[in-house]
Design a binder for this molecule. Structure first.
Ligand SMILES: Cc1cc2nc3c(=O)[nH]c(=O)nc-3n(C[C@H](O)[C@H](O)[C@H](O)COP(=O)(O)OP(=O)(O)OC[C@H]3O[C@@H](n4cnc5c(N)ncnc54)[C@H](O)[C@@H]3O)c2cc1C
Length: 400
């Protein structure tokens, strides 16, 4: 790990940073976030708008290109550094999920793309000249059963024809490109259910209206999420990433990083709620004393903090293992599970601590409360993680 970490604790040979690691990085992120206060996010919600200015500023500062190697114009930082960036964004009251995909979707291209694809796209993505914010996996009829997805990409001359539908494809209206998982071989012709799926890098802008339709979903949070419809959309053959039929494995390769990053966003949310709760509990005086003097107010905040700290440590361990190139599947999944639940506990504590004022939008508690609930459902729901732990970590039978 880099020398600029503070307070390292050793776990075997892998070093896990403790305390406020990457302090300079955190400061830089906080400086940017300071320009985007709650009023900015509330206005976006009113207008159902995308935080273009915020995401552009993060990109220009190099934060969203954190994981792109320097040879392709990125910052070439560790996964832990990337996690710190996203954590800080959310801890400041902003919303990292509006830009986070730009940080990690490109991992599939980086690991499995051809030399030419990498040369063509990665420097453009790092510089923000091309946005890659959309990831089309989930489908309306198959949900968590990803290998059963129905969208087809059929070879046709010098390209493929794509037909089918995706749902909950976030930011598709604000992204130049999309990483798409589609079936290139029928499910009944493959030996393993995960075979026959392929990954494509698709130009959304040029295909819009030509077999591609994107419709916004009216959702509980301002996530700019959409339904995407493909009707014989023609894409060139060189949109394919890696080998045909191996796409599911390529996507799985990127899951551990995604889990760690999303878990870190949840840690950031939790820190936001705890900070707001402490401020309010100390300053709100009812019955002649600060409400935080009451154990019933103080203890849920203290408990949420304790659980957040525990989840944070697993996040850090997962990132450290990942950065050392070691197996981190169990930690990455557990980190996402625990962080999403700890953040929710903190959100609930904040709601209760703020009493009626938690409903006043200007406090930003209800906005972040809605936002943070998502991490227990997407990008993977809690049950699917428990199924992973039960089967792959603890050796029990596959339950689904
Ligand atoms: C705001 C938002 C943004 C999103 N962004 C994206 C995106 O950009 N790209 C993308 O591809 N997807 C995206 N998603 C989709 C998200 O990844 C899925 O919603 C999630 O994976 C769950 O799938 P599902 O909604 O189809 O639920 P289902 O698979 O229908 O499951 C419903 C419930 O049943 C449970 N369940 C199902 N089967 C089992 C079982 N065998 N055992 C135990 N429990 C089970 C699940 O855990 C869940 O709680 C987004 C979703 C939301 C809400």
């Amino acid at each position: 790990m880099a020398d600029d970490h503070s307070g390292m604790a050793s776990s075997g040979e892998t070093m896990v940073g403790i305390g406020e690691d990457f302090p300079e990085l955190r400061d830089s992120v906080r400086r940017i976030c300071g320009k985007y206060p709650g009023a900015y996010w509330r206005k976006l919600e009113d207008e159902k708008a995308y935080p273009t200015a915020f995401v552009t500023e993060l990109t220009e500062a190099g934060f969203l290109g954190a994981l792109i190697p320097e040879e392709y114009g990125g910052s070439g930082l560790s996964l832990r550094a990337a996690a710190v960036i996203l954590e800080e964004i959310n801890a400041c009251g902003c919303n990292a999920s509006q830009g986070h995909a730009q940080m990690y979707i490109m991992g599939t291209l980086l690991r499995h793309g051809s030399a030419e694809q990498k040369r063509k796209y990665l420097p453009e993505i790092a510089a923000g000249r091309i946005t890659l914010q959309a990831f089309g996996v989930t489908e309306p009829t198959t949900g968590s059963d990803t290998t059963q997805l129905k969208t087809r990409a059929v070879r046709d001359g010098d390209g493929y024809l794509v037909s089918g539908q995706k749902v909950w494809t976030s930011r598709a209206m604000h992204s130049d490109m999309m990483l798409l998982l589609a079936r290139t071989q029928s499910a009944d012709q493959v030996k393993k259910r995960s075979d026959g799926l392929s990954v494509f890098l698709i130009d959304l802008k040029s295909n819009l209206g030509k077999g591609l339709d994107i419709r916004p979903i009216d959702a509980m949070i301002n996530h700019n999420t959409t339904e995407v419809f493909f009707d014989n959309m023609r894409i060139p053959a060189d949109s394919l990433i890696g080998e045909e039929g191996k796409g599911f494995r390529y996507i799985l390769d990127g899951m551990n990083a995604e889990r760690v990053l999303v878990a870190s966003e949840a840690i950031g949310d939790g820190k936001f709620f705890i900070r707001k709760s402490i401020d309010y509990a100390n300053s709100r005086v009812v019955f002649g004393r600060p409400i935080g003097q009451n154990q019933a107010v103080q203890f849920p905040i203290a408990r949420a903090w304790a659980e957040l700290e525990a989840a944070d440590m697993i996040c850090r361990r997962a990132a450290a293992l990942f950065d050392d190139g070691k197996e981190c599947g169990a930690d990455a999944n557990i980190a996402k599970l625990l962080a999403s639940e700890a953040a929710w506990k903190a959100a609930e504590a904040a709601m209760q601590t703020h009493g009626g004022f938690s409903y006043a939008r200007e406090y930003d508690i209800e906005r972040k409360w809605r936002d943070t609930r998502l991490t227990q459902i997407a990008p993977i729901s809690t049950n699917m993680i428990l199924a992973y732990v039960g089967q792959h970590v603890l050796g029990m039978p596959r339950s689904y």
